[in-house]
Design a protein around this ligand. Structure first.
Ligand code: NAD
Length: 360
């Protein structure tokens, strides 16, 4: 069995952290005789340097013809890098937006998990953290307020701006199905977040989510208003398993959930299309300030690769093994500099990858 994975190593620390993730995947799947066929392509700053634009048609085509895409972060120092002297449509991030659009990635998945060993980095009090938390935020990525019609007009000498929040039932249904599918692989609980006491789009959201729920009798569904959810995340984060929500609410809540884990180098993410196809990348940026120094934390990318195994290839056992190996290495006291604590052993990017691979 072999899977085709397009690999975008990216800019800054991207190549260092993706190399470690590939090392770990290969080790995790080797026992089953599964092989990953990697095709490396350029996107972002590296593509600008090579081809004069952040995403070429060839790169998009290779990604489309793959089973999944594994990516490091892209972009450079936004103040000093010459990439940011270019017009907006030729800058690194334009490549990422075009790639997401070209691959029809409508569902963004961001887990927020608190490692026992990294509890000190969590800004919440011990009595709130209790036994920790382990949630996934499923955010709709291609509809809603960020993609609705907008205009700014002058009416009777007064400036007025409009943004419209639109969802149709198909857009809601497909993200809801993703959330319920993911819940089936986890603790089987979905909390759908909306503002149904005010917004029509939220009332339709609630109705469609309830319809989808009927096909998943094992999954518990609750609805929660977004303002309450923002409070509950810092009051009782342990109650959440899968949070399903629309684009703007998800944008805000996923950052809040990331913040309470306290460690940017640990946060994985995936953007999914219809079926099993997904693009997997760390939540953090390309950290140009520490690039090429072998000090970046590769764990977010390694955990993103584990998500790829679980959600694109149904290799749940191998994904579990990677996550367990990460926990083990942390429990043994190994830390990259960003999560370093007293009494722990400081290791570099390559060493952290080696340690995790060795425990598989
Ligand atoms: P950043 O996430 O790259 O860095 C913020 C801080 O966190 C820096 O101090 C950095 O050293 C540190 N950091 C980030 N990842 C780390 C890791 N794995 N290990 C250790 N430390 C880590 O955010 P930024 O500095 O605002 O952005 C840098 C570039 O990344 C910009 O060009 C930005 O546009 C881009 N970016 C890309 C993506 C993406 O590719 N999806 C996402 C966010 C930002």
């Amino acid at each position: 069995m072999s899977y085709r994975v397009a690999v975008i190593k990216g800019d800054g620390i991207g190549p260092e952290i993706v190399t470690e993730a590939m090392k770990v995947i290969d080790k995790a799947v080797s026992k089953k005789g599964i092989a990953f066929e990697y095709t490396q392509v350029l996107m972002g700053g590296a593509s600008i340097d090579a081809y004069g634009k952040p995403l070429t048609d060839e790169t998009l085509e290779i990604c489309k013809n793959s089973d999944a895409v594994l990516m490091g972060s892209i972009g450079g120092n936004t103040t000093t890098s010459p990439w940011y002297q270019l017009p907006a449509n030729l800058r690194p991030e334009a490549g990422l937006l075009a790639l997401r659009k070209g691959l029809n990635l409508f569902a963004n998945m961001r887990p927020a998990y608190l490692y026992e060993e990294l509890k000190d980095a969590c800004p919440l009090k011990e009595e709130i953290i209790k036994d920790g938390f382990d949630m996934v935020i499923m955010r709709e990525l291609t509809g809603g307020l960020y993609f609705g019609e907008r205009k700014t007009v002058e009416e009777n000498g007064v400036w007025k701006a409009y943004d419209s929040l639109t969802y149709d039932e198909n857009e809601i249904r497909r993200i809801a199905i993703k959330a319920f599918d993911i819940a089936m692989k986890r603790s089987k609980k979905v909390i759908s977040v909306d503002k149904a006491n005010v917004l029509d789009s939220s009332r339709l959201w609630r109705k469609v989510v309830e319809e989808v729920a009927k096909d998943y009798p094992e999954v518990t569904l609750e609805h929660m208003l977004v303002d309450n959810c923002a409070m509950q995340l810092v009051y009782d984060p342990g109650q959440f398993d899968v949070i399903l929500t629309e684009n703007m609410f998800g944008d805000i809540l996923s950052d809040e959930a990331s913040m309470i884990t306290g460690s940017i180098g640990m946060l994985s993410s995936a953007s999914m299309a219809e079926g099993k196809f997904g693009l997997y990348e760390p939540s953090h940026g390309s950290a140009p300030d520490i690039a090429g120094q072998n000090i970046a934390n590769p764990i977010a990318t390694i955990l993103s690769a584990a998500m790829m195994l679980r959600y694109s290839f149904d290799l749940d056992e191998e994904a579990d093994a990677i996550e367990t190996a990460v926990k083990q290495v942390l429990a043994e006291g190994y830390r990259t500099v960003d999560i370093m604590a007293e009494g722990c052993t400081k290791v570099g990017t390559v060493e952290m990858g080696d340690l995790i691979a060795a425990r598989l």
